[in-house]
Design a protein around this ligand. Structure first.
Ligand code: SF4
Length: 310
C-alpha cells in the first residue's frame, strides 16, 4: 500500500476512534514518525497508564502491549503484529519459572519488564533497565533476590549493587549478538568515539563501554555529553530519534557478529510491525490484547510497586 495513503488513513482513523499510538524506540522509523509518543519500556508504561484515549495501539512487542492492557483494563489495546515476541519473554516459560522459584522459597522475585503477564504475576517487583538498580536497592539487605529473565542485566546489577542475585538464564538475541572484535576494530578506526551500551549486552561489551544505560539513559547521555562521535550498542532503531536530537554528532551502530550488510543490530521482533499492519489493526481493531481479570490483578501488583518506586 502507498505510504502516503497509509499515513493519511492512520491519522484519520486515530482521530475518529480516539486512539493513541505508542511506539518503542526500536520501531521502524515510519512508525516512529506517526506515533503520538515514542519511548522506552518505562516511559511507555507510564504513558499507557495516563492516556485518555479509548484505544491504545502499541507499536512494540507482545509483552509491552500486554503491560499496557494490565494498566488499562477498560481500554482496547491493539498490537499491529501478534507474532511480535521477544527472546527474553519467550525464554521464560511460566511452568519452568514456577519450578525454579520453588527452589528459592525465601527469595524476593524481581523481574525485568520483558516477560509475560504470568511471570509478572509470580513476581514481587517488576523493573526496567532504567530503574532496575533503584528497585534492587529498595530491597532490604537481609532479603535474598531472584532476578529474571535477563542474565546479562542480572550480572550487571550484581556488580552495580554488590548484591548476590539468583539469575534466570535468559538473554536478548539482539544485545547478545554484538561482536567485541568488531567493536574494537570499529573503535580503532574512530578513536575519539565514546561507546554507549545497553545493560542487556554481554559483560565484555559493557567492560568496553564508556557509558552503560537504558535506552532513554543512552539518549540523554549522548544529548548532554560533549563528544562528537558515538558507537551505540543497542537496537539500531534508537538512532532515528537520536539523530534528530543531535544532528551535529556522528552515531555509529555497534556491529553484530552476523555478516549483515548494514553491520548493525536490529530486533526482528520489533521490526515485524509495519505501517500497513498498523493501519490494518487500527481499521479492524484487531489483533486485540486480552488478559483475564484474575491474571491482570496479580500482574498489576509488581508493576504498580515499580511505578511507585520510579
Ligand atoms: S531487542 Fe531484545 S529484549 Fe528488546 S524486544 Fe527485541 S529480543 Fe526482546
Amino acid at each position: 500500500m502507498d505510504k502516503n495513503f497509509l499515513i493519511q488513513e492512520i491519522t484519520r482513523l486515530k482521530q475518529e476512534k480516539k486512539a493513541v499510538i505508542l511506539a518503542h524506540y526500536y520501531q521502524d522509523e515510519n512508525i516512529q514518525e506517526i506515533a503520538d509518543f515514542i519511548g522506552d519500556s518505562l516511559e511507555l508504561a507510564k504513558k499507557a497508564q495516563n492516556t485518555n484515549a479509548d484505544i491504545i495501539v502499541f507499536a512494540g512487542v507482545h509483552f509491552m502491549a500486554e503491560t499496557a492492557k494490565i494498566l488499562n483494563p477498560n481500554k482496547k489495546v491493539l498490537l499491529p503484529d501478534w507474532e511480535a515476541g521477544c527472546s527474553l519473554a519467550d525464554g521464560c516459560d511460566p511452568k519452568d519459572f514456577s519450578e525454579f522459584k520453588t527452589q528459592y522459597p525465601d527469595h524476593v522475585v524481581v523481574t525485568y519488564i520483558n516477560c509475560s503477564a504470568e511471570i509478572k504475576a509470580m513476581s514481587d517487583l517488576v523493573c526496567t533497565s532504567a530503574n532496575a538498580k533503584k528497585i534492587i536497592e529498595s530491597i532490604p539487605d537481609e532479603h535474598k533476590i531472584i532476578f529474571a529473565p535477563d542474565e546479562n542485566l542480572g550480572n550487571y546489577l550484581q556488580k552495580e549493587t554488590k548484591r548476590e542475585l539468583v539469575l534466570w538464564k535468559g538473554s536478548c538475541v539482539v544485545h547478545e549478538a554484538f561482536s567485541l572484535d568488531k567493536l574494537i576494530e570499529l573503535y580503532n578506526k574512530n578513536p575519539t568515539a565514546k561507546i554507549a551500551a545497553h545493560p542487556e549486552s554481554e559483560s565484555h561489551i559493557l567492560k568496553a563501554a564508556h557509558f552503560i544505560g537504558s535506552t532513554s539513559g543512552i539518549i540523554n547521555f549522548i544529548k548532554t555529553d560533549p563528544a562528537a562521535v558515538y558507537i551505540v550498542a543497542t537496537e539500531a532503531g534508537i538512532l532515528h530519534e537520536l539523530s534528530k536530537a543531535v544532528p551535529n554528532k556522528t552515531l555509529i551502530p555497534a556491529p553484530s557478529t552476523e555478516d549483515n550488510s548494514c553491520a548493525c543490530s536490529e530486533c526482528a521482533f520489533m521490526k515485524m510491525n509495519t505501517l500497513e499492519k498498523l493501519y490494518l489493526c487500527l481499521k479492524n481493531e484487531s489483533p486485540e490484547m486480552l488478559v483475564t481479570e484474575e491474571l491482570r490483578i496479580e500482574a498489576l501488583k509488581p508493576i504498580e510497586k515499580m511505578l511507585q518506586l520510579s
